[in-house]
Design a protein around this ligand. Structure first.
Ligand SMILES: Nc1ncnc2c1ncn2[C@@H]1O[C@H](COP(=O)(O)OP(=O)(O)OP(=O)(O)O)[C@@H](O)[C@H]1O
Ligand SMILES: [Mg+2]
Length: 962
């Protein structure tokens, strides 16, 4: 029986504080950190008891040393049973998609969603979102405490999920309490937790040794001298205290227990543990050691088989072990666990190493005989296999294959294990295959650097005569280098490999050429891009592969469009689209470049609606095949086409997902890429704060990148955000620095004009009129070159801006109306509306207030339909100045009337609450004191008639979605 709880006053007070907050609707997260045995689990137990007492729902999951390869195991442990027991109505409101996503984390909740639906790596954020919604749902009727113990042993899926929940906590009273030993966490997780602490979404409670007075309470039956001795030896660690109290008196015989050296506990504690085990008879100790090999918790049958003793004897031994409190029952029948993880470790260490090998072997065999999944066997095979054992290599490879879809991090580890076991003289091709599999799994988790290393190794190993394999590896390696932003390395590697190839018409050679074309894109050599694609198209023709042809055509179309050769672009685009629209999803899934590059071409050819359609198709194929390297471009195309077509809020959703996905795997290149696209979408939606923070982060990441469109876009997005923030001169300079001089040549085709227009605004706002005029001239020339309406629209818009600044109202209005017509002709809703605003201002300046009002009315309506309320409000202000009454279109008298009553400042603040920011963060962001924030919040609560931040968040979200 565990002793009664002692000490920990401050920690308990902190726990009560968190529970109190929870009671008022505020969720949070807390981490209990400390060395093994210091009392984390025990304190979590107190937390659960106190939560229960308050009527909160407390759910508890534990990671296990031996289950690190089961995806999301900690969360499943905490939630699965409970959620399965719920009435179906509880989950129904989440909708079938969310339930399907959720089943990725909790596979047992919905048997209709099978493994076939396994999500791609980079779609994991959808499961995270589903989990967030589930937690919100569970906390709808009473606060929820989610306890995650032993997180230092968590699988990577559970880590990612925890971090995702910290980054964006559920909008409900949910307290997440995790416990872990420090120094055991992956560095990436450690860094993320520190970030969460700085952002005040996580508080850390460090557990230290018990002071003497509390320790005495633990050892109540002892006399003082004993207590002092034990305390000194234990250093105040409660597990050590208990262990020494159990067997400390004989610990003088410490030397006898030399076998526990692998255990990181003080020698006296190791001795006490050793002594406790020495008390057992050989047969009973054997069973215990076998159990430690099997796992924690363990099943007695398996332990008996592992010990090679009969089951009856095993059950007797079990009774004795229970009586001695070395093992305990769990709430699942026929499952037992060790008294403490440290006890299991000690037992494991106490077994002779040679015996352990055979024990793992027996355990693996017995699992195989019971038909256990290969993943369960792999750990034992890995620990017992002889070097060069081909059957062990096969098991690990199979385990890797089976995990590759849902848990690529685990798969990579198994492939690595298989490689380690493989004999030196195994055929190079086998090794290369395994390396390639490992590289793919690593790339799927976003570990591009490690994937790259595996590919380099395999390239080194591949024999000279296997030329085709080598070319495939080089292409794969270049793909990863592009994801790492190492464009120049990729270029050299690809071109060298192609130079060494003997057959220009082989599949491998054509694939190399296509990757070179993509490489040209990353280095802003758009002519090279379409030239290489054309060469690939010609070389590949005899192969008669429709997907290959479609891919080459699409890349050629995109290259042509980016280089401003719109005619050629249109021609190739039509050919590509004709082919691609006739191909099935399966066929296209083989190489997502085809449909993605088609969307890119269309984006640069003013075919925004087709671009959106094709990007959407790419996205749905991606969901099935999950080729992680494609996500950035797909979401960029989808997001951009959405905001251009007047749907910026949806665009933000798509790009937010891409940002999450990239953050998940620490992918700097992909993150920077997703962030500037998010900034564009946010800016289109009028969410300038988000635009600024996303663009700034994107540029910070991109600064050290090799020059090319990614870096240029990142810098320009930040420049635009700076312009909105009133730093025009700085913005102009950054533009020029990031995008290849004041002609912004790093941008291709019509998109260059999008940025020339923005640069013009920078110059005008900075009073640099000559440069503004030169930029307008560039934009007009660019429009001539590419001959596309959007390019013309941007040039005219720039012209109008300059004219307006000069006070030339008529020129300004003419140019702006030209721009409106040009944009409207290609469905560029975003451009048309902004051009309308300039046209309206020009009319007003010319004294035609009726005409101005008419145009601005239209712009206000458009902004409203975009969900861009900031811009709508700006336009309405101008309308009011013109003496034009503005009627708010938001329905009065409904539930969102309260939100409508908020001032702009209050609304801004309320939005930050929606973003789950703390008062301190809000204060910092808005340059207010915390007091003022509190006052504002009180007013907001009163106006909106809510009593908690959660309710406020809901009200704002409801109003937004109406
Ligand atoms: N405050 C306390 N009062 C009474 N007993 C305690 C206290 N703290 C810890 N213990 C006891 O000490 C032992 C070790 O504590 P616990 O299992 O909570 O450690 P832990 O930090 O979770 O270790 P690990 O990192 O190995 O999981 C347990 O038997 C526990 O009951
Ligand atoms: Mg513990």
């Amino acid at each position: 029986m565990p002793a009664s709880f002692v000490g920990r006053k401050a920690e308990l007070a902190a726990i009560d504080g968190l529970l109190e907050e929870l009671h008022t609707g505020r969720g949070g997260a807390v981490a209990f950190v400390g060395e093994p045995g210091i009392g984390k689990t025990r304190l979590l137990g107190e937390l659960i008891a106190r939560a229960d007492m308050r009527g909160h729902l407390a759910l508890n999951g534990t990671a296990s040393d031996l289950e690190r390869d089961v995806p999301f195991s900690v969360f499943a442990d905490a939630l699965e049973e409970y959620v399965r027991g719920l009435a179906p109505e509880v989950l129904e409101p989440l909708g079938p998609d969310v339930v399907a996503d959720l089943a990725q984390v909790l596979p047992l909740i919905d048997r209709t969603v099978g493994a076939a639906n396994t999500r791609a790596t980079h779609e994991r954020h959808q499961s995270h979102q589903a989990m967030r919604l589930l937690l919100e749902r569970l906390a709808a009727s009473r606060p929820l405490v989610l306890v995650l113990d032993d997180m230092h042993w968590a699988d990577s899926g559970s880590f990612e999920l925890l971090l995702a929940l910290l980054r964006r906590p559920p909008a409900a009273p949910v307290l997440i309490a995790a416990a872990f030993r420090p120094h055991l966490l992956p560095a990436r997780v450690d860094r993320a937790l520190e970030r969460a602490e700085r952002a005040e979404t996580l508080s850390r409670i460090q557990l230290e040794a018990l002071p003497f007075e509390d320790a005495r309470g633990l050892l109540e039956q002892r006399d003082d001298r004993d207590v002092s001795l034990i305390y000194a030896e234990s250093g105040g660690n409660p597990f050590f205290l208990e262990q020494l109290a159990r067997f400390g008196q004989r610990a003088a015989a410490a030397e006898r227990s030399g076998g526990l050296a692998g255990l990181e506990v003080p020698p006296a504690v190791a001795a006490a543990l050793g002594e406790e085990l020495a008390e057992l008879t050989d047969e009973i100790r054997l069973l215990l050691q076998a159990a430690a090999v099997v796992g924690d918790p363990f099943e007695p049958e398996l332990a008996a088989a592992t010990a090679a003793i009969d089951e009856e004897g095993a059950l007797d031994a079990l009774d004795l072990l229970l009586a001695r409190d070395l093992i305990r029952e769990t709430d699942v029948p026929r499952r037992f666990r060790f008294r403490h993880p440290l006890v299991r470790r000690a037992v494991y260490e106490s077994a002779p190493a040679g015996w352990r090998l055979t024990a793992h072997e027996r355990c693996a065999e017995s699992l195989a005989a019971r038909g256990a999944p290969v993943a369960a066997r792999a750990r034992h095979v890995e620990l017992s296999a002889r070097h060069c054992d081909p059957s062990a290599v096969a098991v690990l490879r199979e385990a890797g294959d089976s995990a590759a879809g849902s848990a690529p991090a685990t798969a990579a580890r198994w492939f690595e294990g298989a490689l380690r076991l493989m004999s030196e003289d195994a055929p190079a091709e086998e090794r290369v295959t395994l390396l390639l599999l490992q590289a793919r799994s690593l790339a799927a988790t976003g570990q591009y650097a490690e994937s790259h290393a595996a590919l380099l190794e395999s390239i080194r190993l591949v024999p000279d005569e296997a030329a085709a394999v080598r070319m495939r590896l080089v292409t794969q390696c270049a793909v990863v280098e592009h994801q790492l932003g190492r464009y120049e390395d990729a270029r050299v590697r690809l071109q060298r490999a192609l130079a060494g190839s003997e057959d220009e018409h082989s599949r491998e050679a054509v694939d190399l050429m296509l990757e070179i074309a993509i490489n040209r894109l990353f280095q802003a050599d758009f002519d090279g891009m379409h030239a290489w694609a054309a060469r690939a198209l010609a070389a590949g023709e005899p192969l008669g592969d429709r997907v290959l042809t479609a891919t080459a055509l699409a890349i050629q179309a995109a290259g042509a469009a980016l280089s401003g050769a719109s005619g050629l672009g249109h021609e190739k685009r039509d050919d590509a689209a004709g082919l691609i629209d006739g191909l099935s999803d399966e066929e296209l899934g083989g190489d997502l470049n085809a449909v993605t590059q088609l969307a890119l071409a269309e984006m640069y050819l003013d075919q925004f609606e087709s671009a959106r359609r094709h990007a959407e198709r790419a996205m749905s194929i991606f969901r099935v095949t999950g080729q992680s390297g494609h996500l950035a471009l797909i979401t960029a195309m989808l997001g951009t086409s959405l905001w251009i077509r007047g749907r910026p809020v949806e665009a933000m959703g798509v790009l937010d997902g891409a940002v999450e996905a990239a953050r998940l795997v620490d992918d700097a290149h992909g993150l920077s890429w997703a962030l500037f696209n998010l900034a564009d979408a946010a800016s289109a939606a009028g969410d300038l704060d988000l635009a600024l923070s996303a663009a700034e982060e994107s540029w910070e990441l991109a600064k050290p990148f090799e020059p090319g469109p990614i870096r240029a876009h990142a810098g320009s997005a930040f420049a635009i955000a700076l312009l909105h923030g009133g730093h025009a001169a700085q913005a102009a300079d950054l533009f020029i620095k990031a995008a290849g001089g004041d002609e912004l040549r790093t941008f291709g085709g019509a998109v260059r004009n999008r940025y020339l227009e923005a640069l013009t605004r920078c110059f005008v706002a900075a009073g640099r009129h000559e440069e503004a005029e030169r930029t307008v001239a560039d934009a007009l020339a660019c429009a001539e070159d590419v001959g596309l309406p959007s390019a013309r629209g941007m040039a005219q818009l720039a012209l109008a801006t300059v004219a307006l600044a000069r006070g030339e109202a008529e020129d300004a209005s003419r140019a702006a109306l030209h721009a409106v017509v040009a944009f409207d002709s290609v469905g560029h809703a975003h451009g048309a509306t902004h051009a309308r605003v300039v046209a309206g201002r020009a009319h007003a300046l010319a004294g035609d207030s009726t005409g101005a009002a008419e145009i601005l009315e239209q712009a206000a309506l458009d902004f409203e339909s975009f969900g861009a309320s900031r811009y709508r409000a700006e336009v309405e202000r101008e309308l009011r100045k013109l003496g034009h009454a503005v009627y708010h279109r938001s329905a009065a008298g409904t539930a969102d009337a309260g939100i409508g009553a908020l001032t702009a400042r209050e609304l801004q603040l309320a939005r930050l609450v929606v973003d789950r920011r703390t008062n301190t963060e809000i204060a910092a962001e808005l340059f207010l004191s915390k007091k003022t924030v509190e006052t504002h919040l009180r007013n907001i609560f009163r106006k909106v008639d809510v009593s908690s931040r959660v309710e406020l968040a809901r009200a704002v979200e409801r109003a937004d979605s109406d």
